[in-house]
Design a protein around this ligand. Structure first.
Ligand SMILES: [Zn+2]
Length: 257
């Protein structure tokens, strides 16, 4: 009896509907049923991100072309040599369907899928792994914080030559942080402190001590940056007084993006 064409089996394995006569043959033929099961396993392996199973490694040049296409090349198929076995394999399964549809071959030409067919399936499996991998990477990648405001910090007369910048970022949870950079000559004693001040200077909140010339500080939840628009870095003496010393090094007003 004549078995199902291996390319038909491959298309069934990747999801094409089974024709009634093919279904009838599969019900009675262990050889074709086993081959179909093998092909379905290959497809399943290709779709799995957890277990790579016994997935065949495609030739190096095939990977190169997949990567080239994934990176936006697109001319890879056109560059293939006509005699390259991977040529047909890089086309979509649909492109091979007209050749395969409805055809059957005698027993001598089947038993095992042809090398070309295996290449096609391996390539499809490989591409599935790549695209699923990209999807997972997009899901696992930490969401990005966005910059919502920035300020240029200008020197006070007592600190000529000093300058600085401030950037406010907000992460996806809504937490805001201020990053300040200060370029100023070292003072003798004491330390530097970062502050947020309202435009009318009636309220002030300390963000913390600036160690070195750059620091990142969490903005308290109850601080509205639309009110506390001034970023200030002060020189503080070691006097135990938590209030602003009045000796500002630089200050600037936040501009919102
Ligand atoms: Zn059969």
């Amino acid at each position: 009896m004549s078995h199902l064409d291996p390319e038909r089996l491959a298309l069934v394995a990747i999801g094409e509907p089974v024709a009634p006569d093919e279904e009838h043959h599969l019900e009675t033929c262990d050889v074709c049923t086993l081959d179909l099961a093998e092909l379905e396993h290959t497809v399943a392996v290709g779709k799995s991100t957890v277990s790579l199973g016994d997935l065949e490694a495609p030739p190096e040049r095939v990977w190169d072309r997949i990567l080239h296409e994934v990176r936006g090349g697109g001319e890879a198929v056109a560059e293939l040599a006509p005699d390259d076995a991977a040529d047909s394999a890089t086309r979509t399964p649909a492109a091979t369907a007209p050749v395969a549809a409805g055809t059957q071959t005698d027993a001598s030409s089947r038993r095992r899928p042809r090398p070309l067919l295996r290449t096609l399936l391996t390539l499809a499996a490989g591409m599935a792994v790549i695209f699923v991998g990209f999807g997972a990477w997009n899901l696992l990648r930490p969401p990005e914080s966005i910059e919502i405001a920035s300020a240029t910090l200008a020197a006070f007369p007592e600190h000529p030559g000093a300058e600085g910048q401030a950037f406010v970022t907000e992460d996806p949870d809504g937490e805001r942080t201020v990053t300040v950079r200060l370029d100023a000559s070292e003072e003798g004693d004491g330390f530097r402190e970062v502050w947020l001040i309202t435009a009318d200077a009636t309220a002030i909140v300390s963000l913390g001590e600036l160690e070195g010339d750059e620091g990142t500080f969490v903005v308290p939840d109850d601080v509205d940056l639309r009110d506390y628009v001034l970023v200030d870095i002060s020189q503080e003496p070691l006097d135990g007084d938590p209030t602003h010393s009045g000796d500002s090094i630089v200050r600037g007003e936040l501009g919102f993006s």
